[in-house]
Ligand binder design. Structure first.
Ligand code: NAD
Length: 299
């Protein structure tokens, strides 16, 4: 029987801070397939995330038995590559001052110290942030634009650069993108559309460069809408979910589980010849050139 078997593999999933987002769904699928999983959690979310886990607030059960267990939860802020990048006000912030080792390089170093070289098979980037996401691009400040691109796109370059040397042969890296990187989605502003376009372009270039350097595959999943914490910040997510359901090629909207399963496939040997790809997991919404609901309305 052909199945996704990640037994003996280790994954690092950056961008898990609750049980509502794509990162969590990807963790679930990877653990279900047998992988050991470490996560990187944004320091402002760390306390509430670990407390919620301790208090049993999340459903950790897996279909067919077993439950989600994390090998380790690392604090990680994808804005910073090395300790020298962290400004004083962040260092002293109450959500950061008890923590150490949360820059991307330090997290990679911690993995190397604890597990040695060649300790990782799977790298997942499931994070984004655009402080001005509610502003149209035309009204976005330079600082807002650069912050969106820094956290949401450059962070993937930095992760591959710094975690690449830890990856075993046959490794796979996956990020999450959105259709607004290739088509106009009103409301997805603040430079977030630019960040997703950069992420998709970088997926191709990184696939070549990291493929030649470490044998690493790099792909991105262009996911349909999900009412995650981050998406709620945009403000229109519930309407988008309904719109997708009404207008996709398949008359439905994807679930977080759909995306988790495709991520597990992209991280498995079954996809060994796929790299540099932007793979849409959106019930075929992206192929439509006209809203289906108009056609339905017209009989
Ligand atoms: P989410 O809120 O579950 O995930 C975003 C995560 O990013 C959070 O855990 C947050 O703490 C983390 N984060 C923010 N800034 C960070 C930083 N500086 N350093 C480290 N972590 C940071 O929401 P989500 O919607 O599941 O987002 C996951 C990915 O999926 C993002 O790349 C997002 O753009 C993408 N995506 C989401 C949708 C959607 O509709 N929800 C659609 C397509 C793509």
């Amino acid at each position: 029987m052909l199945s996704i078997d990640l037994t003996g593999k280790r994954a690092f999933v950056a961008g898990v801070g609750d049980d509502r987002g794509y990162g969590w769904a990807i963790v679930r699928a990877l653990v279900q397939a047998g992988a050991a999983v470490r996560v990187g959690t944004w320091p402002p979310m760390l306390n509430i995330f670990t407390k919620s886990l301790e208090r049993g607030k999340f459903d950790l059960s897996l279909p067919g038995g077993g439950k989600i267990e994390f090998e380790k939860i690392h604090p990680m802020d994808a804005t910073f590559d090395v300790p020298e990048d962290v400004p004083e006000e962040i260092r002293e912030d109450k959500r950061y001052r008890e923590l150490s080792g949360y820059t991307i390089q330090e997290v990679a170093d911690t993995l190397r110290d604890e597990l040695g070289d060649g300790c990782l098979d799977i790298l997942v980037h499931a994070l984004a942030n655009g402080p001005e996401v509610r502003k149209p691009l035309v009204d976005t400040s330079r600082a807002g634009y650069l912050a969106a691109v820094s956290v949401s796109a450059y962070s993937m370059v930095s992760l591959v650069q710094r975690f690449g040397p830890l990856m075993r042969e046959g490794g796979s890296a996956v990020s999450l993108t959105y259709l607004a990187g290739e088509r106009v989605v009103p409301g997805y502003g603040g430079g977030m559309s630019s960040a997703k376009a950069a992420l998709e372009s970088d997926t191709r270039t990184l696939a070549y460069e990291a493929g030649r350097r470490w044998g690493l595959r790099v792909n991105t999943i262009s996911a349909g809408p999900l009412a995650s914490r981050a998406a709620k910040a945009i403000g229109t997510i519930d309407r988008m979910v309904d719109y997708y359901r009404a207008n996709s090629a398949l008359p439905d909207v994807n679930t977080a589980e759909d995306v988790g399963n495709v991520a597990a496939f992209l991280c498995s040997p079954l996809s060994a010849a796929i790299t540099g790809e932007t793979l849409h997991v959106d019930m075929g919404y992206h192929i439509m050139g006209m809203p289906a609901e108009d056609q339905l309305g017209g009989g």
